[in-house]
Design a protein around this ligand. Structure first.
Ligand code: MRU
Length: 343
């Protein structure tokens, strides 16, 4: 694949692909402080649930490597403070908290300053490596859901740059190319910040996957007139009962898919499942700055002072989801099937 990696650990700094500038500018940020990692996550320079977790994990590594002390207890305290700070960067994607918990446990288990520093860096790299393998498995399982010639709709970007590699919802399209299977994708532009128009179309075009861009409001008409065979999206958090949060607009696609009799799939790694969240009502939904809606590329498009509601995610209830594609296979979105995944 030609698609660059979004998070690279290089010479003690994080080299981060600035996703805000894509597709026309490929620029990397060099992050060498925990504050800069926080800002990169909050401002969407890095985004997508697994990539957020990976960036935060390397942020914890930066904390451990840069804080000057010879006292392991003091170092642990500082790294946990920084980990807590990073956990405030975005509220919805549970991969952030999952990755930080993994890092916190490694800190707990480390007994010397040197071993702590070595262990946290090794753990961040492991989280990234595992995610690439997990995404490839998700792609293999998802690919079995589609047939040669299928036209599949997606929203937002659950692609390679939203993960360590391959993506979740986009993974089957990359693997289809490897297997000589022709699938076409209809990508919703994804207002307000256009992850679909800017990132999904770019990734798929880089991989020579047939992709057509539509606005979010064209989804119903496109399903009706373009023989859409399925919808597949990523997730930011899957509750214990299967309700799944993803980019705003996903719920609309789930409702439409049901109405048109089209299967609606969520693709998500186990790191996106959250047993502490019993159902979708308990998933915190991030609300972002009104300027994301009132402005496009810095140019105002709405009257000054207009009231704005800007939720970044919505929740598709389990009963609208045909199946959740995980690295362990495709499961039914219900409490028993989800519990069995982790048994
Ligand atoms: O606000 P974003 O761009 O971080 O939202 C991303 C999504 O909603 C993705 O679909 C989800 O995180 C899965 S990425 C594999």
């Amino acid at each position: 694949m030609n698609i660059p990696q979004s998070v690279i650990w290089e010479n003690h700094v994080i080299r981060l692909l600035d996703q805000r500038k894509l597709p026309h500018v490929t620029e990397y940020l060099m992050l060498d402080t925990v504050e800069s990692v926080f800002e990169a996550i909050k401002s969407l320079a890095v985004r997508g649930a697994p990539a957020i977790g990976i960036a935060a994990a390397f942020g914890v590594a930066l904390s451990a490597l840069t804080y000057k002390t010879e006292d392991v207890h003091e170092l642990k305290e500082q790294v946990w403070i920084d980990s807590g700070y990073l956990s405030q960067s975005r509220p919805t994607a549970v991969n952030l908290f999952w990755a930080l918990n993994r890092m916190n446990e490694v800190v707990l288990r480390s007994n010397t300053v040197q071993s702590l520093r070595e262990n946290v860096l090794a753990e961040a790299m492991l989280i990234q490596k595992e995610d690439a393998e997990v995404c490839r498995s998700i792609g293999e399982h998802a690919l079995k859901l589609f047939q040669n010639g299928d036209r599949v709709m997606t929203i937002c970007n659950a692609g390679s740059i939203a993960t360590a590699q391959y993506g979740t919802a986009l993974a089957p399209f990359f693997l289809a190319k490897e297997h000589g299977i022709e699938l076409s994708v209809f990508a919703c532009e994804t207002r307000p910040v256009f992850q679909g128009a800017r990132l999904t179309t770019w990734e798929l075009m880089e991989a020579n996957v047939n992709v057509t861009l539509i606005t979010d409001s064209m989804a119903a008409h496109t399903m009706k007139t373009k023989q859409i065979s399925a919808v597949i999206t990523g997730a930011d958090r899957v509750a214990a009962n299967g309700d799944s949060a993803n980019k705003i607009g996903t719920l609309g696609l789930a409702v439409l898919a049901k109405s048109f009799g089209i299967p609606f799939y969520i693709a998500a790694p186990l790191s996106t499942f959250d047993f502490d969240t019993p159902n979708g009502d308990a998933i915190p939904i991030e609300e972002r700055d009104p300027s994301e809606i009132t402005h496009v590329n810095g140019v105002t498009i709405a009257p000054d002072g207009v009231n704005v509601f800007n939720p970044a995610f919505d929740v598709s209830p389990a009963d609208l989801i045909t199946g959740i594609v995980t690295e362990k296979g495709v499961i039914k979105p219900d409490t028993a099937s989800i519990a069995a995944l982790f048994a």
